[in-house]
Write a protein that binds this ligand. Structure first.
Ligand SMILES: Nc1ncnc2c1ncn2[C@@H]1O[C@H](COP(=O)(O)OP(=O)(O)OP(=O)(O)O)[C@@H](O)[C@H]1O
Length: 353
């Protein structure tokens, strides 16, 4: 039986700690894609082959060297309900792909959920490390150290010229994607966001929405990551992302300061309007909720709101997702019903001490 405690709480333990620049960078992530030599990539593997890959990967958890990273729990996807799988997606711990399409798919989670290793997703292994705030270098160091442990026990598919081989050509080479989840409301409000994001893509970085590839950037949340994995070292990938993100943080800070100098009343009105609506509305769709939570985040940073914290807003962002709502209210909810229950949950959240 898989351990379901990971789907009981909306906020992963790692998100509770405070971190540098967390009023703008919500979280940093590094994921490493690896494959086991002599086995077909997951999409071509038979049931027996993907089972053998899963066994090989989970065997590594028996060795002492992995325990320097704490204890791990293996969750087999076929033992989880659809709802629990949806919640793991909402917490960014697995991809929709693993939930919907994998054969012998599993996720290995550390106690605080900062390490999540997907098995038999697009690649045999996707090692992901998450950190709060702007800590992309720390996330890389840890992902790389975990990768070293797996590499000591498993022969990876590796080509001397091309590097690590992956199922999708876009990941060949280092197999590394580093990203930050940024909250950029002031750049959106001052209409500078288009220019900034165009510049970001010109320096080889990708901009995605809150749930990764193909998802929309709701709530002024943008995921920025490296696009290139071949022809650059891991250190270059991380350094490039780091310096670009540092500049975006600077632009967002300037825009926030300018808004407070030029239009303080307008901003305060907007923030407090959202506070009022979130605290009292009876219907709330997810898009409006994301936008208004974004206003509250901004209000907290600008010291217009003192009753709530950024960590609480991170928690609320997960709580209002469809999977969590259905878990909390104990049944399948249609879209219209979800708007009603979402509003109820948000009201309660804002009225609790
Ligand atoms: N910095 C971050 N903080 C929190 N979650 C993140 C961050 N970056 C990505 N994620 C989450 O990780 C999941 C996967 O994202 P995405 O599809 O962009 O990456 P990927 O699976 O590594 O990429 P791909 O397979 O397309 O190369 C999504 O749920 C996304 O929201």
């Amino acid at each position: 039986m898989s351990d379901i405690r990971f789907t009981d709480k909306p906020l992963s333990e790692w998100m509770r700690s405070s971190a540098a620049d967390s009023e703008i960078v919500i979280s940093s992530r590094v994921r490493v894609a690896r494959n086991v030599q002599s086995f077909p990539f997951p999409m071509l593997a038979t049931d027996q082959q993907s089972r053998a890959v899963l066994d090989k990967v989970t065997e590594v958890l028996q060795f002492d060297d992995i325990h320097q990273f704490g204890s791990f729990h293996v969750l087999n996807l076929n033992e989880l309900s659809d709802l629990d799988q949806e919640i793991l997606v909402e917490k960014h711990l697995i991809s929709p792909n693993l939930a919907n399409e994998s054969r012998n798919g599993a996720v290995i989670l550390s106690e605080d959920e900062s390490i999540s290793i997907m098995v038999n997703e697009e690649d045999h292994l996707r090692i992901q490390c998450l950190y709060p705030g702007f800590q992309v270098q720390e996330a890389w160091k840890r992902a790389s150290a975990i990768d070293d442990v797996f590499e000591a026990h498993i022969d990876y598919s590796f080509d001397d010229r091309r590097g690590y081989l992956t199922s999708c050509p876009t990941n060949v080479g280092t197999g590394v994607r580093a990203s930050v989840m940024m909250h950029l409301p002031a750049l959106v409000m001052t209409k500078q966001i288009g220019r900034v994001l165009t510049a970001v893509s010109q320096v080889g970085l990708a901009v995605r929405g809150i749930y990764g590839e193909g998802s929309e950037a709701t709530g002024n949340l943008f995921q920025i990551s490296n696009q290139i994995t071949l022809g650059q070292t891991e250190a270059e990938i991380i350094d490039n992302l780091y310096s670009v993100v540092l500049q975006i943080i600077g632009h967002e800070r300037n825009a926030r300061e300018r808004l407070m100098t030029d239009s303080k009343l307008r901003i305060a009105d907007r923030v407090m309007r959202s506070y009022g609506i979130l605290s009292h509305a009876y219907l709330m769709d997810s898009k409006e909720a994301a936008q208004r939570i974004s206003d509250i985040r901004l209000g907290i940073d600008l010291d217009l709101i003192r009753e709530k914290t950024i960590v609480e807003m991170n928690e609320l962002n997960v709580l209002i997702q469809p999977g969590f709502l259905q878990k909390k209210f104990g049944r399948t909810l249609e879209s219209g019903e979800r708007d009603m229950y979402r509003a109820q949950l948000i009201r309660e959240f804002f009225h609790k001490e």
